[in-house]
Design a protein around this ligand. Structure first.
Ligand SMILES: O=C(O)C(=O)CO
Length: 340
């Protein structure tokens, strides 16, 4: 009997054993080793080594060889491909609209990313309030703490953390920050069902009030066409002078030029960034600001979370093979999944 193929696009690092167990007797798991898009397609087609692929596991590093899963790639996939199991919470590298038209379901890996990404945001927030990153640069430069002005640093206790997008990561950050304690407020399109009372909701009509309260605004909105530039110049201006902006979501959710202008004029007191609009390029202007704590997109870079993410992405594919569905179908495709 020929087993259906699951194509691993981008390396599996931690979940080799789990992969064997999940797909034993169920699928032939093949590693994609194409160095470019043309070879990728050639091998997906009849006679190619990926022929018979019904599901593709992918992570963002696969883009280095075959590019992102844009419309052109999705449209060119053979009709047998029914599922893309993305390893990552953010699936902005996949054109879900093209997938919908082609009847391909996409799953992602929420929950698995929450701890690591929330602790990254927490670190950026603490460093931004306390200027720890600048302190380390001062020490490493042989200047002990002479670069630091403690009159510009603050405790977190009693400050207000404003969360833009209360999904799993935003909520985990809220739980952590509550320990200081900080006041927690959040804004999202809808009030989050089941969110505790200590997370105060500010709807669209109270957005200005929400922004005005923030000592730190932490961004947790996914990147979609309607969220690109969501944190605009106008929004940044509504933050109080000296507020902190933290981003562990996607660089393009913030208008970067507006963020830089706000740092230049001292409207923003500090920023903590893990993500940038054109990764791995970082706008060199950002490097000039001593009050910017900058990380190279390390949000989920722990072996524990990487393993949880790999297993979760593979489990969605296994569930598709067995039951025709998975638990993490992305919101845009849930309707389509119920019709299958
Ligand atoms: O899960 C994601 O979307 C990430 O950005 C991983 O770092």
């Amino acid at each position: 009997m020929t087993l259906p193929r699951v194509l691993i696009c981008g390396d599996l690092v931690w979940a080799h054993e789990e992969s064997k167990q999940l797909f034993h007797g169920l699928a032939d798991v093949v590693r994609m080793d194409s160095l470019d898009r043309a070879d990728f397609f050639a091998n997906l087609n009849q006679g190619g080594k990926y022929e018979g692929t019904v599901a593709i596991y992918r992570n963002n590093t696969s883009a280095e060889h075959v590019g992102v899963f844009d419309r052109a790639l999705i449209e060119a996939l053979p009709p047998g491909v029914r599922w893309i199991g993305h390893n990552g919470a953010g699936y902005d590298q996949i054109d879900v609209d093209a997938c919908k038209k082609k009847g391909i379901i996409v799953s992602n890996t929420p929950v698995a990313v929450d701890d690591a990404t929330a602790t990254t945001a927490l670190y950026l927030m603490i460093s931004a309030f306390r200027h720890f990153s600048q302190g380390e640069r001062s020490l490493r430069g042989g200047r002990w703490k002479s670069d630091i002005s403690s009159s510009l640093t603050h405790d977190l206790t009693g400050k207000t953390l404003a969360i833009l997008g209360l999904g799993g990561i935003g909520f985990r950050l809220a739980e952590l920050a509550r320990a200081f304690p900080m006041r927690i407020v959040y804004h999202s399109r809808k009030k989050v069902e089941g969110a505790p009372d200590w997370c105060e909701y500010f709807g669209q009509e109270r957005l200005d009030e929400f922004l005005g309260l923030a000592d730190v605004l932490s961004v947790h909105a996914p990147l979609r066409p309607d969220t690109e530039g969501l944190v605009s110049e106008e929004m940044i201006r509504k933050l109080k002078k000296g507020a902190i902006l933290v981003n562990t979501a996607r660089g393009k959710v913030i208008d970067e030029a507006a963020l830089i202008r706000a740092l230049e004029v001292g409207h923003l007191g500090a920023v903590g960034l893990d993500v940038y609009p054109n990764e791995p390029s970082v706008n060199p202007r950002l490097l000039d600001f001593p009050n910017a704590t900058l990380l190279p997109h390390m949000g989920t870079e722990t072996r524990d979370s990487q393993k949880k993410m790999e297993v979760r992405a593979l489990t969605n594919i296994r569930d598709f093979l067995i039951k025709g569905k998975g638990i993490d179908i992305v919101p845009e495709l849930r309707d389509l999944a119920t019709k299958l």
